[in-house]
Write a protein that binds this ligand. Sequence first.
Ligand SMILES: [Zn+2]
Length: 77
Amino acid sequence: MKSIYCSFFGHQYEVSKKVTYHVKEYKCSHCSAQMTTNGKGGLTPLTPKYKEINSVLERIHFKRMDRKRKELSSVIY
Ligand SMILES: [Zn+2]
């Protein structure tokens, strides 16, 4: 639902979740409208489909980070 504030001033998006370095989810602090970064680097409404894509991205991202950490610790120790 769009609040009166938003229809006057536009949405005030705040980062609600960092999915990867490049992909973030945003939430409007006034009306809770949700957006996310799409493949082209622009913003798009956070639909259930995008939520699913983001959760997959997040899993891949953390797996990669985990591997990097292990590689790094094997170099250090
Ligand atoms: Zn809003």
